[in-house]
Design a protein around this ligand. Structure first.
Ligand code: 4AD
Ligand code: MG
Length: 431
């Protein structure tokens, strides 16, 4: 009997007897047969218990199982065309670990608040499990791409004395006698690391006290921030499109069953192959005006604008050369046209919004000092950052990929709250 079997790799065990540690998801009964929907974390399988074929002890054990009871099940793996996964388990034995108390999440429709209050249990459901499995695959693919392309993982601090992305949405805390803030982005530290290691990336949580209650905003989210010395604007975009294509390709290859559970239209994902289209901010504004939007040059895009732009393409699209005034202090102005910066946002298709923000960084010390003044930033606090431009400054670029928005897009789900195990939202810190 194999102890190595899991539901995910059950196809390797056809005709063999296996023993699995499982939970009962749903039980259906037709008198002399029980159909047990079992889950082991790697997937779901139907176990069939036939009264006339098992011991009385096993039959009674099967009878006593409540939803989410835990058990070891023994059975013979059979190919079954009618089954979703193509296999079934002919149950031969049951060892109960625990009979679960009445489970709060039932087959009836529950409201979002109820489900979010029970997030610790909700993640066991087929849909939520599929989303988290895809999140795991996305993380794996991210690390694979970056590790294979010469990037070194570097960890920036979480507690910081200054802001990286603007001062409006910082989480404040005391750091003994000093003031500190939870990191909004590791970027500034990654720039220092890029000048030490060439190509680097960080992968960690970031915090934004955003008062926005939208389907795209979390208070705590995970960001991947690659930063590259000697890389300029155009090459920055090429790396991003290859990186995103690699992520999508990996999910299509390794998460077929999960995408099916979610009912994802994979034909849309199959089109996500580099190169991606590029459109300048100028052209984007012109297009939006033609479409009847009331938006002027110099204004930022909102969700409806991003969705309208994305609808023109069946791949993610880069919006480039934003007005300098609109963007962060560190972005490098276009030398031919200083009123715009060498930056790009990558907008996902199907209305999922911005998944990447990136730019070439200012490398000239005088210009950077000027930008500190323009943005009323304390020279003292950013002294170390200015040093990077004094001692062997080089052109360098980087970007930040928002993990949860990427998961939402690839999974095709409505709200980012389902893309992270325990979401931190405007009105939610529990569980
Ligand atoms: O565009 P952002 O603010 O860029 C930065 O923080 C840069 N320092 C990154 C860099 O160049 N190293 O954020 C990057 C991405 C966004 O495109 C979005 O996908 C995600 O982070 N993001 C959020 N995701 C969920 N909830 C929020 N509140 C988010 N804010 C940004
Ligand atoms: Mg942005």
């Amino acid at each position: 009997m194999s102890l190595l079997a899991t539901i995910k790799n059950i196809s390797e065990f056809v005709g063999q007897e296996v023993r699995l540690g499982v939970w009962l998801h749903i039980k259906r009964s037709s008198g002399k047969i029980h159909f047990l929907q079992l889950r082991d974390g790697t997937g779901f399988i139907q176990g069939v218990v036939v009264k006339s074929e098992v011991s009385e002890e096993t039959w009674n054990a099967s009878k006593s199982l409540t939803q989410e009871s835990s058990l070891y099940v023994t059975g013979i793996v059979r190919k079954d065309e009618r089954s979703k996964i193509g296999y079934e388990l002919n149950v031969t034995g049951i060892e109960i670990i625990q009979i679960a108390q009445e489970y709060p999440i039932t087959k009836k429709e529950h409201g979002t608040d109820f489900l979010m209050d029970h997030r610790h249990l909700w993640i066991r459901s087929p849909r939520q499990r599929a989303i988290l499995a895809i999140r795991g695959e996305i993380i794996r693919a991210i690390q694979e791409y970056l590790n294979q392309n010469g990037f070194t993982l570097v960890d920036p601090p979480i507690l910081t004395p200054t802001s990286a992305e603007g001062t409006t949405n910082l989480f404040h805390t005391k750091y003994f006698e000093e003031d500190a803030y939870l990191s909004q982005s590791g970027q500034l530290y990654m720039e220092a690391a890029a000048l030490a290691l060439g190509r680097v990336y960080s992968f960690g949580p970031t915090f934004r006290a955003e008062k926005s209650k939208t389907r795209r905003h979390l208070i705590e989210f995970w960001m991947i921030e690659p930063e590259m010395a000697f890389v300029e604007h155009e090459e920055n975009l090429q790396i991003q499109e290859e990186f995103v294509s690699h992520i999508v390709r990996s999910v299509l290859k390794n998460c077929k069953r999960e995408l099916e559970t979610l009912g994802r239209d994979v034909s849309k994902l199959e089109k996500v192959v580099a190169p991606f289209p590029r459109i300048t901010y100028d052209n984007a504004i012109e297009f939006l005006q033609q479409e009847g939007f009331d938006i002027k040059w110099g204004e930022d895009f909102g969700a409806p604008h991003e969705t309208a732009l994305a609808e023109k393409f069946d791949k993610p699209v880069f919006i480039t050369h934003f007005p300098t005034e609109l963007k962060a202090f560190y972005m490098k102005p276009d030398p031919n046209r200083p009123e715009v910066v060498l930056a790009a946002d990558l907008i996902a298709p199907e209305g999922y919004g911005e998944i990447i923000g990136g730019s070439q960084r200012i490398d000239d010390p005088e210009l950077l000092e000027q930008r500190f003044k323009d943005h009323n930033l304390s020279m003292e606090a950013y002294k170390w950052y200015l040093d990077l431009r004094k001692y062997g400054s080089v052109p360098h670029s980087g970007f930040g990929l928002g993990l949860e928005r990427t998961v939402a897009w690839i999974c095709g789900i409505e709200h980012v709250r389902e893309t992270i195990p325990f979401p931190r939202l405007l009105n939610r810190l529990y569980p």
